[in-house]
Design a protein around this ligand. Structure first.
Ligand code: 26V
Length: 817
């Protein structure tokens, strides 16, 4: 296939502007130029995309379907340009057209079709699947509104809708020909099939149409283009005016409304389930559509040989959100394709695999049976049947042990437990970092590990080096490529070759120059966008992630308050100036998290207004954290804050992005931090706080007494007093009293300081002093930073995906001509 040339790009853009907008380069808006360039590139991608699918058909390949409610893709264009090696051609073409490439790239809206780690992981995985040559589909929902846009007003978070489709959707291809009908509610009846047997079907159900939109997933320097298939809901057209009676009219209106709601909005309450009917509808909607299409295609290729399904299709469930796949696959095989239950069950179990992403109990999905059976009556019958057979097996294994059976059942206490369904109906259950998998096996899911030890396995998360180094950090990428060649982009272990240079003065200088340039660029961006001045010579200390108590943004801001108080008491204190950057969205209904955002902003203001600390301390909360913002922050970080209560953060992936870009981590022994420590060595990471086992023991002992810490630790006392003595808000001393009470007394019935902020405070403060000391020694710091980049190879999502392919899916790579 002919590679897109500079001239092709120029004429493509000019032509698109003319036909689509009746504009010239001189008169087009940045938005229009972006669209024209995107369409030009998509047209080129389409050839590879078609070739990929022709190959899949011809070679009759096995395909993995990554089922996920969230895909946090980030901007498409820059990534496509990089992966297609079109960077030079595009740059030159735009230069000749006198178009500012940055303006065009920034005009692309960053689609926020995910909450955080789980959604971004799905996007990194797709990049690796295409790059490595694995046939794959990402399957999800085409939400019309992504995660809300966060504004900060008077220090408080305010949510605004994110209408990402408003400016068009140049990468999406509507595939009406693959639309599928999805049924909700109704009554289960049995009717005689063409085989003469009775089969279940639904009567009087509500029906909506699922229409797929396909997005190209371009691999890095390969011809493979996989597909992200997002389903959109539309009403089934029932407006047949001739035969219109009242009943049909009402049903039709209800179905129109349902369709409008279904793919309208992403649920933004990360790690917290609310048991909303619409959420369950969304889950069934995209699962049923996906599976109907997969089975239809399988039948076209293999006829009725569904016993072989698992040899051609693997379904990876991204958390329990898609776990209805297990019941829906059973329904299709049994009710539609007339397979016997046991055969269908074998097929289902061998084709599904489940990934767990959190052990937080508030994130465990459980649906009230009343709701579940009303919305999905046939699916509920199937879940009950699965449950009955599973409980019978338990009885055979354990004898009559009703307590154990109730603990492990899929249906119990009036609820359907989706994690149990996912475990029982899959051949693989994996955690996302070593410690997380151990906690699943030994504590959280110990019951299941006992009966299914062979199902459990670990797949430590990873990130794509394309977006998270090659694209977001051209300075460092260039330096690395000049030093060790370009193979690292496909084989991140190559970065090891930088290790001997960690002590090389000349290389240290270059490495730190790049970091400094990145800090200047970020400072300029912050100045332009928010009007704040930050000093690129200060330490850039960054904590960006969802706002959640277990992630302990509070510990970070308490330490800032402590530094402030300490400097006030001793203005000549010798510390390196620091800039603390925060960014985080709080779930709209998560009051405590929103109060913490207000606190961070109040501390920022207090510091800005105090000349005593000027030039030494700066705090800034950047609104509307998103993938494209992370791409600006990560390359400029000196210090990466990964400070969750040990045992709570399943893996973390932001931690890996910062490490790869040469930041030094200050972190707890939690999630993948533990494996980062193993890779980088203890001299190059700053670890503090209680390990998970200690946290667990302290919690279990019931002896944790934050008041004792308050009484004995002068610094803790000062910090907590600052919350309530009017320093932060002269007019409202009670604004942060809730946080004070939550720390010391427990608030609203909760235990005091549930996430052990005060317990880890002294250790954190001491660790921050180690950071300060290390930074003051320029060579030492440069060495640490380089060692982080050089040791990040393990955390490539290419490594992770190879392990999924080899150990779970049994998937082979393909080469597209
Ligand atoms: C739960 C819910 C509940 C209903 C509303 C919407 C919603 C959205 C997400 C979730 C579960 C989130 C789980 C999650 O994101 N876990 C994170 O997964 C990352 C990738 O494995 C991992 O690095 C993080 O440590 C983990 O917190």
């Amino acid at each position: 296939m002919q590679k897109l040339s500079k001239e092709d790009i120029k004429s493509g853009v000019v032509e698109m502007l003319r036909t689509a907008y009746r504009k010239t380069v001189a008169t087009a808006t940045p938005q229009q130029i972006y669209n024209a360039l995107a369409l030009t590139i998509k047209e080129y991608v389409s050839e590879h995309w078609i070739a990929t699918h022709e190959h899949f058909d011809k070679a009759d390949v096995k395909i993995v379907y990554y089922l996920s409610m969230e895909f946090l893709m980030g901007r498409f264009m820059g990534n496509a340009i990089l992966n297609l090696s079109l960077q030079d051609a595009v740059k030159e073409a735009l230069a000749e057209l006198e178009i500012d490439i940055n303006l065009a790239e920034e005009a692309e809206h960053d689609p926020g079709l995910g909450n955080g780690g789980l959604g971004r992981l799905a996007a990194c995985f797709l990049d690796s699947l295409s790059t490595l040559g694995y046939p794959a589909y990402g399957c999800g929902i085409r939400y019309h509104f992504g995660i809300f846009e966060q504004h900060i007003e008077d220090g408080y978070q305010v949510e605004k809708p994110d209408n990402w489709l408003h400016y068009g959707d140049p990468w999406g291809v509507r595939r009406e020909e693959y639309a599928k009908e999805i049924q909700f509610g109704g009554r289960v009846v049995s009717i005689k099939g063409d085989d003469g047997e009775y089969h279940f079907t639904l009567e009087n159900a509500q029906t909506v149409l699922a229409v797929p939109y396909d997005y190209p997933v371009v691999g890095y320097e390969t011809n493979m283009v996989n597909t992200l298939r997002l389903w959109d809901a539309e009403p089934v057209n029932r407006f047949d005016l001739q035969s219109f009676n009242e009943g049909q009219y009402e049903r039709s209106v209800a179905e129109q409304n349902l369709a409008r709601q279904l793919s309208s909005v992403l649920y933004p309450a990360d790690e917290h389930v609310s048991g909303k009917e619409l959420r369950l509808r969304q889950q069934y909607f995209f699962i049923s559509a996906t599976l109907q299409r997969v089975l239809q295609q399988f039948e076209q290729r293999h006829g009725k040989k569904f016993e072989k399904l698992a040899d051609y299709a693997q379904f990876q469930l991204n958390d329990t959100h898609p776990s209805l796949a297990i019941a829906e696959l059973m329904r299709l095989l049994v009710d539609v394709y007339y397979l016997p239950w046991d055969t269908a069950w074998e097929i289902t179990r061998t084709s599904c695999a489940y990934t767990n992403h959190t052990i937080l109990s508030e994130a465990l999905e459980k649906w009230p049976i009343e709701l579940f059976s009303r919305l999905l009556p046939r699916i509920y019958m199937i879940v009950e049947e699965i449950n009955t057979r599973f409980c019978k097996n338990l009885k055979e294994w354990y004898g009559n042990d009703p307590e154990r059976i109730r603990a492990m059942a899929i249906c119990a206490d009036g609820q359907v437990r989706m994690a149990h369904l996912a475990i029982v109906g899959s051949h693989s259950v994996n955690g996302v970092a070593a410690i997380h998998t151990e906690i699943l096996k030994n504590i959280e899911l110990a019951n299941f590990y006992e009966i299914y030890p062979e199902k459990f396995n670990n797949k430590t998360n990873g990130i794509t080096p394309r977006r998270w180094l090659a694209k977001c950090n051209p300075g460092l990428s260039g330096l690395i490529t000049d030093t060790i060649g370009r193979d690292w982009v496909r084989d991140l272990d190559e970065l090891q070759k930088l290790k001997p240079l960690a002590t090389d003065a000349a290389f240290q200088q270059k490495f730190m120059d790049v970091k400094h340039d990145n800090k200047i660029m970020l400072s300029n961006y912050i100045k332009q966008t928010y009007g704040h001045s930050v000093d690129p010579d200060s330490i850039f200390d960054i904590q960006v992630k969802r706002l959640h108590e277990y992630k302990r943004q509070l510990l970070n801001i308490f330490h800032v308050i402590d530094m402030y108080v300490t400097i006030k008491m001793n203005p000549r204190l010798d510390i390196k100036p620091r800039t603390f950057l925060f960014a985080a969205k709080a779930a709209a209904s998560y009051h405590r998290a929103k109060l913490i955002i207000k606190l961070i902003n109040s501390v920022a203001q207090m510091i800005d207004n105090d000349p005593v600390v000027a030039g030494r301390l700066k705090v800034l909360f950047l609104p509307n954290y998103r993938v494209s913002m992370a791409e600006k922050l990560v390359p400029a970080a000196d210090v990466s804050e990964q400070i969750s209560t040990a045992g709570k953060e399943a893996s973390g992936t932001g931690n890996m992005k910062f490490m790869l870009n040469g930041a030094v981590t200050i972190g707890t022994l939690d999630g993948a931090n533990i494996e980062m420590l193993e890779e980088v060595g203890q001299d190059n990471i700053v670890i503090f706080g209680m390990p998970a086992a200690e946290v667990q023991a302290l919690r279990a002992s019931g002896t944790y007494a934050p008041w004792d810490l308050y009484n004995m630790d002068f610094n803790i006392r000062n910090v907590l007093t600052t919350l309530i003595n009017g320093t932060l808000d002269h007019n409202n001393h009670d604004l942060f009293r809730e946080l004070y009470d939550a720390m010391l007394n427990g608030y609203g019935g909760a235990r005091p300081d549930e996430y052990f902020v005060l317990q880890d405070f002294a250790s954190y403060k001491e660790a921050q002093e180690r950071v300060d000391a290390a930074y003051k020694d320029k060579q030492r710091w440069a060495q640490m930073a380089i060692m982080n980049t050089a040791s990040a190879g393990k955390f490539s999502s290419d490594r992770t995906i190879k392990q999924y392919a080899d150990e779970i899916w049994g998937l082979k790579t393909e080469h597209i001509q």
